[in-house]
Design a protein around this ligand. Sequence first.
Ligand SMILES: NC(=O)c1ccc[n+]([C@@H]2O[C@H](COP(=O)([O-])OP(=O)(O)OC[C@H]3O[C@@H](n4cnc5c(N)ncnc54)[C@H](O)[C@@H]3O)[C@@H](O)[C@H]2O)c1
Ligand SMILES: O=C(O)C(=O)C[C@@H](O)[C@H](O)[C@H](O)COP(=O)(O)O
Ligand SMILES: [Zn+2]
Length: 381
Amino acid sequence: MTAPLPDSTSSAAASAAGATTVAIDLGDRRYDILIGSGLFDDASTWSGLPRAAVALIVTNDTVAPLYLERLKRQLAPHYKQVESVVLPDGEQHKNWASLDRVIDHLLAGAADRKTVLYALGGGVIGDLTGFAAAIYMRGVPFVQVPTTLLAQVDSSVGGKTAINHPRGKNMVGAFYQPVRVVADLDTLDTLPDRELSAGLAEIIKYGPIADEAFLAWIEANLDALLARDKSALAHAVKRSCEIKAWVVGQDERESGLRAILNFGHTFGHAIETGLGYGEWLHGEGVACGMVLASELSARLGLMPPAFVDRMTRVIERAGLPVVAPRMPIERWLDLMRVDKKNEGGEIRFVVIESLGKAGLRGAPDALVAEVIEAHTEPGQR
Ligand SMILES: NC(=O)c1ccc[n+]([C@@H]2O[C@H](COP(=O)([O-])OP(=O)(O)OC[C@H]3O[C@@H](n4cnc5c(N)ncnc54)[C@H](O)[C@@H]3O)[C@@H](O)[C@H]2O)c1
Ligand SMILES: O=C(O)C(=O)C[C@@H](O)[C@H](O)[C@H](O)COP(=O)(O)O
Ligand SMILES: [Zn+2]
């Protein structure tokens, strides 16, 4: 039985400093997601975390010049040594080589099994650092410090950690939860517009799968979000985290309900892998994937055609792609045949059953081909 989704005001607590805390409750463990402006430079943000001789910050060469020294300054009073590994930026570097750099750094230095890892960056850094934390000495604590909108609303929360394989996204990984998430909204000031839009894709996702009223709120506030209005962003991050915490709190390891968070991802991951990692951003693949998954929901008779138009419109307004890239249908199907949700050789898609409610369904290949055809430029195929 699925517990009802709590409304926004009852599940988040405002702290004295004006930041909001969303708790994620896993039964035997819980942790906090801190959301607000000015969190980075507020000493209380970094108190009460596991202490050790060494902290290791993992980041990339785009984020390091912006935020690494500030984080090091905050952590310095709490550890004997605060070290860093700066990886090359990009989805194509969410791989074994980058993971090896982190593990090698830990083994070569003074790190022990109490060492705390800090993931400073977007979802690529968060996923990779979390996986390193899961496997180094069979597990050390880690803190998520997400600096993209996408990471603040989705990837830093819920404990899916992974690296990519050339054959498929996130194919090597672990469920491993952080001890805290620190989402400082001020870090979004430096985010490129394209990345802001990519984050909006995962925010839009939460509406049709879990919260019809949130979808309406996004539609009404999209211009403010695109203009980076801080109070609109604060609400979008908070509500997204509440919804994700509600899902993950009931199904941490995706034995059922959690799969709804994969809306648009079967198609989206195929696009990312098929075109080559980094060509389309994850959020862009998910955006286009949601158009296709909405179309599939309609063609399965679950939703009216007007729902596809509604999703297409909000996604397009968010500056995201709604037309699929050209790939032969056999390539699409091959890519989707490795999806983690598949069972017994059947590709399973997250579909919308009614606004705010999603489920998992198979579909005949011919129908999937029609869905893709309907949303690919005629001249492209
Ligand atoms: N674990 C999960 O539940 C989950 C959920 C969603 C996505 N993901 C994964 O997350 C990844 C996508 O994350 P992403 O969209 O954050 O991409 P990303 O990590 O590549 O970051 C996007 C870009 O923004 C830059 N950047 C980061 N913070 C910045 C800042 N404050 N100012 C300026 N530039 C900044 C990065 O260097 C990068 O170039 C994918 O690998 C996806 O599979 C995981
Ligand atoms: O947290 C989840 O569960 C999700 O599915 C969130 C997705 O947005 C995210 O992209 C996730 O990494 C996809 O997981 P995967 O299991 O399909 O690789
Ligand atoms: Zn995603």
